[in-house]
Design a protein around this ligand. Structure first.
Ligand code: NAD
Length: 355
């Protein structure tokens, strides 16, 4: 495959620690022709950190006029995505935008229109579709390992509040719904193969920040009956498991990013083994732990994945060799879902809408 010539807009955390190293690892397939950051000190940083081997565009115009650039990756604060992506597409440059793609559906529609009018590809870096923890849950779901799954809890917990500057502001599209919610909602839609969400209830938290949410709890119901609890917290000094999944014949848990966890399945439904346990001030059979004879513990499957397949898909899609994986229809759905989350939290009501 002919090498794809790529430029990056932004040299902040995501660009420096993620896109640049990934693209440098793919030198047989891509060429990183340059990076543009609006701050001269970031341009200088790029030059020093890469000994001048990566070109630092001095102006955005210089990048726009660089005829080599086939694809640009936009990794800048959320409120700047729209104008920058549209300017690139108007110059016939294909675009990968960072998530969340935009601040609302109207902005997203402008971006999609711009890509259609200019005949260029436009997609978003929903990289967490390649996370192993998610892929394990997807496999359990698809293969019915736990029997039909009726409840999924997806959580990410930190204890440092909202990081950085712009993420703390409403104007720049900060807050955890936009920052992490988008990943978790996208994963759940992927899990259910884009089944419809039929109701949404959301509570946002403002422990460390007044302007934007520093966490949230969202209850989603899918048309197929699946119930999901999605939670992001940034004041959690003890974190709850990343995933907790319940099927009719067992449960699975993934504790952390290293995908430590387990599956526990019932082996004998018939055997009524419940011996009441005494708690400090009472007796319970219902909540008594199961005895080892009626359950079996299994390790989680391991699922290797390669995030470079995301970039490869975009390049092949530009060249008409395969469809783009992260589609406009999907972006519209996740954006509508985030809007319903904000609306539910504002009204403190369940939103009954098909999304
Ligand atoms: P950051 O604050 O670390 O970096 C942003 C950079 O953009 C800064 O260097 C800033 O000077 C530059 N910039 C701002 N406006 C610009 C403009 N108009 N043109 C060129 N440069 C400009 O932020 P970050 O953490 O790198 O986040 C950037 C984007 O990446 C955000 O949309 C964020 O949500 C996303 N992100 C995605 C993931 C993921 O896993 N997909 C992870 C982290 C961040």
């Amino acid at each position: 495959m002919e090498k794809c010539e790529i430029a990056i807009v932004g040299y902040g955390g995501m660009s420096k620690y993620w896109h640049v190293p990934r693209l440098l690892e793919m030198q047989d397939e891509v060429e990183l022709v340059g990076v543009y950051d609006i701050l001269p000190e970031k341009q200088q940083q790029l030059i020093e950190e890469h000994q001048g081997k990566i070109h630092a565009y001095r102006t955005f115009e210089e990048l726009l006029q660089d005829k080599r650039v086939e694809l640009a990756i936009v990794a800048i604060p959320n409120d700047a995505h729209l104008p920058v992506c549209c300017a690139l597409m108007e110059h016939k440059i294909n675009v990968i935008c960072e998530k969340p793609v935009a601040l609302n559906s109207e902005e997203l529609e402008q971006m999609i229109r711009c890509s259609e009018e200019n005949g260029v590809l436009f997609t978003v870096h929903q990289n967490r579709r390649w996370d192993e923890d998610y892929l394990i849950i997807k496999k359990l779901y698809d293969e019915n390992t736990l029997g039909p799954i009726f409840n999924v809890e997806s959580r990410v917990h930190g204890s440092r509040g909202i990081p950085g500057d712009w993420r703390n502001t409403k104007k720049a599209g900060g807050g955890m719904v936009f920052d992490w919610g988008i990943h978790l909602f996208d994963q759940l839609y992927m899990l259910t193969e884009w089944d419809e969400v039929v109701s949404v209830y959301a509570v946002l938290s403002y422990v460390t920040n007044e302007q934007v949410d520093d966490g949230f709890k969202v209850l989603l119901k899918f048309k197929n009956g699946l119930e999901c609890h999605v939670e992001v917290g940034t004041s959690n000094f003890i974190e709850l498991p990343r995933w907790y999944v319940m099927g009719e014949n067992g449960s699975a848990v993934i504790y952390d990013w290293n995908v430590n966890g387990k599956i526990v399945k019932v082996t004998d439904w018939e055997k009524r083994d419940a011996v009441p346990v005494a708690t400090a001030a009472g007796l319970t059979k219902t909540m008594a732990p199961r005895s080892d004879e009626t359950i079996a513990e299994e390790p989680l499957p391991r699922i290797p994945s390669d995030i470079k397949d995301f970039y490869r898909n975009v390049i092949r899609a530009i060249r008409g060799q395969e469809p783009q994986l992260i589609t406009h229809a999907q972006l519209r759905r996740t954006m509508k879902l985030m809007e319903a989350v904000f609306e539910s939290a504002r009204r403190n009501e369940v939103i009954h809408e098909t999304i």
